[in-house]
Design a protein around this ligand. Structure first.
Ligand SMILES: Cc1ncc(COP(=O)(O)O)c(C=O)c1O
Length: 367
């Protein structure tokens, strides 16, 4: 991907749109807030990079104290390793001959860990590792209520842990769980006890495995919505929160104290009626599954619909008199992670100018 470096230094008003912006001061404030929390607690942060997919941001997280990164997909991990990042958890199952070959190639150039929840997958990982005379580190994924992947607490977990610890080619490192059904609940009087309940299931499972004589070095969990519970929860060793770096409109509703760093810059392209504003960012620039984008600093405007290439705004206060064709607005995406995945580059902004252009190297890496 050719990065247009001639944009560096350019004022915001000259950026062609739609464009993904990151407000550097907000990003730095978010990274420091999270890093300080983990420093104070003496716990490890392993941020999920699916939220930004950008090695330059992962590097800032590591510089701020993160012990490594989390990825959702092998392709994301490859993109991060290509950028020199060396400690990566793929918090997902790697299944199939082609992917196992790629995983093993990756394991030869960085410190990789993968999630496992099935004995067949474990055997395949072991066989692949043995054939390359190497060892793959694994975490057993535990279903702590999200009902996505993972084994429920019980004898089957202890049995899989025994197999993992015994198999040549496998390094059994511990457990992970993800309480995705809890972390984005707006109401903290439901979110907080829900998170504690999930984490207790993970910690109880840890105790089961340890009671069988198997050391559990890592117990990994949680996201932006409940990191503040996980960070001091006894038995949890590391936290996978990632959205905190950039934030989005859905997470903003939780009032977590992180600043909005991510926006989509968009140009007014049509004014079909006094109370209507059309912009050039639609579904191919911003995703709506967690809610329509908000318009930054314009509570008089609401985005009521997105077509493929049009954002359709209407006024909540009568005619809009201050917006002409060519004027710029910023959308705050409802969901940051999937919005980022639509773009090739971030424009890192400071004091109204482009400070850097970052390649979103893991964008589209769904394999
Ligand atoms: C496995 C896993 N861990 C952690 C997270 C948390 O990320 P966030 O910071 O977006 O809440 C996610 C989000 O989808 C996830 O899938």
């Amino acid at each position: 991907m050719q990065i247009p470096q001639d944009y560096v230094g350019m004022p915001r008003a000259e950026i062609d749109t739609p464009a993904l912006l990151v407000d550097m001061e907000a990003l730095e404030s978010n990274l420091e807030k999270m890093a300080a929390c983990f420093r104070d607690a003496g716990k490890n942060l392993r941020p999920h990079t699916k939220s930004h997919k950008t090695p330059a941001i992962a590097r800032l997280q590591l510089d701020a104290g993160a012990i490594g990164i989390t990825c959702a997909k092998l392709g994301e991990a490859e993109a991060m390793a290509d950028a020199g990042i060396s400690d990566i958890l793929i918090a997902n199952q790697i299944v199939g001959r082609r992917k196992l070959a790629r995983l093993l190639a990756l394991a030869e150039r960085c410190n990789i860990m993968v999630a496992v929840d099935h004995p067949d997958n474990l055997q395949d990982l072991a066989a692949a590792a043995q054939s390359r005379h190497t060892t793959l580190r694994v975490l057993l994924e535990i279903n702590i209520g999200h009902n996505r992947c993972g084994l429920r607490r019980g004898p089957q977990v202890v049995e899989l842990a025994r197999q993992a610890a015994a198999l040549k080619g496998i390094g059994f490192c511990g457990l992970m769980g993800y309480e995705g059904h809890i972390i984005d609940l707006d109401d903290s009087s439901r979110r907080d006890p829900g998170a504690r309940d999930c984490l207790q299931q993970l910690v109880d499972t840890r105790a089961d495995v340890e009671a069988a004589g198997l050391p559990v070095d890592i117990c990994s969990s949680s996201g932006t919505g409940d990191y503040y519970i996980a960070v001091t929860y006894p038995g949890i060793t590391e936290v996978q929160a990632g959205s905190y770096a950039l934030m989005d409109a859905a997470y903003a509703r939780l009032g977590l104290g992180f600043r909005q760093a991510l926006t989509v810059l968009t140009t007014v392209s049509s004014r079909p009626a006094p109370d209507q504003v059309i912009t050039d960012a639609g579904l191919k620039s911003v995703t709506p599954e967690h809610g329509m984008p908000l318009v930054r600093d314009r509570d008089d405007l609401e985005c009521h619909a997105l077509s493929e290439e049009h954002g359709r705004l209407r006024s909540t206060r009568g005619p809009v008199t201050d917006l002409q064709l060519g004027d710029l607005l910023e959308f705050i995406p409802g969901h940051g992670c999937t919005t980022v995945n639509l773009h090739d580059q971030f424009y890192a902004m400071r004091n109204g100018r482009v400070e850097a252009i970052w390649n979103i190297a893991a964008r589209g890496k769904v394999r």
